[in-house]
Design a protein around this ligand. Structure first.
Ligand code: M6R
Length: 604
């Protein structure tokens, strides 16, 4: 959840470190810091609380540094105060850490006995002292690092510098992502590829229990026994502009608009004239997936909402039974698995701790197979899963997930068709429906000015209700999550039929009720549920392509383009994303970096 960036170079990297760290800000923005070694072998540290821009003011106090590590924090242990900000230091050692050290209290007690004084409330600080303690004993950084992480329990990605070895960065990882990127006369450590894209496309991932020693000249990866490892160097096709705003005010806005191109590319890549192209989930998968009788979906947040849509799609078009569980529940539950059940986990980042532990659990149970639908090619989830389907939506920077959701839905729609084939699903018609996304999405984007206007009616609200039925219910959930996340307005989503079983009590003339009402076989039922709201003078906002009269000023109809029922979830979420975006703008919240949240939730 925190971001780590480090450079070992021949040139001064003071500004570069700062600008690279900014690219990781979406991973945490409670506080940030830099530690770097100058030519006179002195280590210099700057820190500040709040967004990374606050660090800029202190940047000019740094001399030219050539080897450095930096960190942007999402607080877990200890408030976002200066004393808890990384890098943490002990003697000649400075460290940055992402993850959680579960046994930090025991290590603290050990260190106190060894006369170390601990000054922060973090779990991370113990790492610095432990390395210092071991380094002083053996005078060998590799051994000191291995010896130190051997006693750590929990997850970690660690970057270390030692002013006695001024041109080197050391790194270790277990359960938290860390990449090593290879540049020209420069090498890097980073939590993900985004800060290095201006310099290089080449990187390797540091696996669990692996260590690295970097200088400007070379990268050495080794294991716990100091055995040198040969790692595969990957060339990413992600471009720097994909992690830049490119004229948009916020990444969220940029990412909402990217959905058109992403979905179109997915269509071109996977959808043939009248059927899907063969084996799009990997060699031999059409056959494997045709034998599936049950599916267990597991995911968190937005990705979980995508799984609810998939459950509906599959159950509508086949006799396959599906369950959809949030990962934080799945991992603590007794799971009953019938023969021919497939485990499917969905994750944008591939690094969500709850989803990772669910996948690890699933691999020990009796599933036919495990499939990961993921956006990040080299992630823990893709490495752990037997089958992998990459959404290829490009990096998603805004904490509020938008393009990941619709590309997950697209992937899951393809998956639903493949598993439902043997059950006689109308693939030809489904394919022709999918092909309409491209055209309809344009009309949806044209709604933005209207949505912007409507957003002012939400600005001063504290509570909202979102309603949907059938395939639109997960959209109501996702729309409510978007509004909560970025505008801090409380939003609850219900099946529209559930209203009269309790939530109707909340409805009064001040309560905005947002409803997704595609013109399908459920529309009449939803309309009667809405009548219950209108009878209580609730203020309704109805996204619909059904012709319904606007009875009074309290009914706001947002006219949606006609759209086949199959693709409703993919298209109806887009205006809801725009609505939350404009409400958040009006409320002047930090749209891309909402309070208390991190993009990738790497702690359980
Ligand atoms: O990376 P993942 O898809 O595994 O992340 C799961 C959730 O943390 C994520 O979708 C979260 O709910 C988003 N902030 C929602 O916008």
């Amino acid at each position: 959840m925190c971001g780590i960036y480090g450079i070992a170079s021949r040139k001064s990297i003071t500004n570069k470190l700062f600008h690279g760290l900014k690219k990781l800000e979406y991973r945490g923005y409670d506080s940030s810091g830099i530690a770097g070694i100058s030519q006179d072998r002195k280590c210099h540290v700057i820190k500040s609380t709040g967004p990374i821009n606050n660090l800029k003011k202190r940047l000019k106090t740094l001399p030219n540094i050539f080897t450095g590590i930096s960190h942007t924090r999402w607080a877990t242990h200890g408030e976002p105060l200066l004393k808890n900000t990384h890098p943490h230091h002990s003697g000649s050692i400075n460290i940055v850490h992402n993850g959680i050290i579960e046994n930090h209290e025991d290590i603290r007690n050990f260190l106190k006995k060894k006369k170390y004084s601990l000054t922060s409330d973090t779990d991370s600080e113990v790492i610095a002292h432990l390395i210092n303690y071991n380094y002083k004993k053996c005078n060998d950084m590799r051994l000191a690092l291995v010896g130190s992480v051997n006693v750590l329990e929990g997850s970690y990605a660690i970057g270390v510098i030692n002013s006695n070895l001024p041109d080197k960065i050391f790194a270790a990882s277990s359960g938290s992502p860390l990449i090593i990127a290879k540049g020209k006369n420069e090498n890097y450590i980073a939590s993900d590829i985004s800060p290095v894209l201006n310099d290089t496309q080449k990187y390797l991932t540091l696996g669990d229990g692996e260590f690295a020693e970097l200088s400007s000249e070379k990268v050495i990866v080794f294991d716990k026994k100091s055995k040198i490892l040969t790692k595969k160097v990957i060339t990413t096709n992600i471009k720097d502009e994909q992690v830049s705003l490119m004229g948009h005010k916020h990444f969220m806005h940029k990412e909402i608009y990217e959905q058109k191109e992403i979905l179109n590319e997915m269509k071109n890549r996977y959808v043939g004239h009248t059927s899907l192209l063969p084996n799009i989930f990997g060699p031999g998968t059409d056959n494997l997936l045709s034998k599936i009788k049950h599916v267990h979906f597991v995911a968190c947040g937005t990705s979980y909402h995508a799984s609810l849509v998939a459950k509906d799609w599959i159950e509508q078009h086949s006799t396959i039974t599906c369950t959809a569980e949030v990962a934080s529940e799945y991992k603590y539950k007794k799971i009953n698995i019938l023969p021919d059940t497939l485990f499917v986990c969905i994750s944008q980042s591939g690094e969500t701790a709850d989803t990772i532990s669910s996948l690890k659990k699933a691999k020990k149970l009796g599933y036919k197979d495990t499939l990961a639908i993921c956006n990040v090619a080299e992630s823990t989830i893709t490495r752990l899963s037997n089958l992998v389907f990459l959404m290829n939506a490009g990096p998603e920077i805004s904490v509020a997930s938008t393009k990941a959701f619709t590309s997950q839905l697209f992937s899951l729609l393809l998956f639903s068709i493949i598993v439902s084939r043997k059950h006689g699903c109308a693939e030809r018609k489904m394919v022709s429906d999918i092909k309409q996304i491209d055209k309809i999405i344009n009309s949806i984007f044209r709604l933005e000015p209207e949505i912007k206007k409507i957003s002012s009616k939400f600005k001063n609200k504290d509570h909202t209700l979102f309603l949907g039925k059938g395939g639109s219910y997960p959209i109501a959930l996702e729309a409510a999550l978007k509004l909560k996340e970025i505008s801090y307005i409380h939003a609850s989503a219900y099946h529209s039929g559930e209203l009269k079983h309790g939530p109707l009590a909340l409805v009064d003339k001040k309560m905005p009720v947002v409803c997704f009402l595609p013109d399908n076989y459920l529309a009449k039922l939803v309309l009667s549920n809405l009548a219950e709201v209108e009878a209580r003078q609730g203020q309704t906002f109805i996204f619909t392509n059904k012709k319904i009269p606007r009875k009074n000023k309290k009914v706001e109809i947002i006219k949606m383009p006609d759209c086949p029922d199959l693709i409703v979830p993919i298209l109806y979420i887009i205006p809801a994303q725009l609505l939350s975006y404009h409400v958040a703008l009006k409320k002047k919240t930090d749209v891309d970096k909402p309070r208390n949240l991190a993009k990738s939730v790497t702690v359980e």
